[in-house]
Design a protein around this ligand. Structure first.
Ligand code: FES
Ligand code: FES
Length: 178
């Protein structure tokens, strides 16, 4: 899918009662939903499909808490309108674990204490997944750069970087002491 948004083209006026039929793949399964055409993907995920793992905070592309994978690319779901997600393959944090077995990034975040209030965590984990797909063994600098779109107000990022290093190495070491 190619996102077709053009910030210089004004959005058409859309009636409050208008509906749009969205079909896409969510965490490997086909899903359909009838939504308002100006609903964001974040709203569709949380309010229509009830996948509430993805969080919203700023709703303007600044914090990264709403990050999901769209055709393998990490994107801010608060900036994507439902029609732009038509036919896309979406992966949210709910799609990472295999049953009771957490993904290695999730395991590493827990092992390294990279989670405090947890509000930013789904977005951070998704961004980390995408980063590790692109750079399997990133340096701390590459991790900081690759995840600069995700803001955490609790952890101070040291443990987040440690967690991504650990996930890359899939080993027990690598976390800083408390
Ligand atoms: S809620 Fe989407 S970037 Fe903040
Ligand atoms: S753990 Fe609280 S905002 Fe990141």
């Amino acid at each position: 899918m190619t996102l077709s948004s053009n910030p210089f083209v004004p959005l058409p006026l859309v009636d409050d009662q208008a509906t749009y039929r969205l079909s896409c793949t969510l965490n490997g399964k086909p899903v359909e939903a009838t939504v308002h055409p100006l609903s964001t993907l974040l709203e569709v995920l949380r309010e229509d499909l009830r996948y509430t793992g993805t969080k919203g905070a700023c709703h303007e592309g600044e914090c990264g808490s709403c990050t999901v994978l769209v055709d393998g690319v990490p994107m801010n779901s608060c900036l994507i309108l439902a029609p732009q997600a038509q036919g896309a393959e979406i992966v949210t944090v709910e799609g990472l674990a295999d049953g009771q077995t957490l993904d290695r990034v999730q395991e590493a975040f827990l092992a390294c204490g990279a989670v405090q209030c947890g509000y930013c965590t789904p977005g951070l984990v998704i961004s980390a997944k995408a980063l590790l797909e692109k750079i399997p063994d990133p340096t701390p600098e590459e991790i900081r750069k690759g995840m600069e779109g995700n803001i955490c107000r609790c952890t101070g990022y040291v443990k987040v970087v440690d967690a991504v290093v650990q996930a890359a190495k899939a080993s027990a070491g690598g976390c800083h002491a408390e």
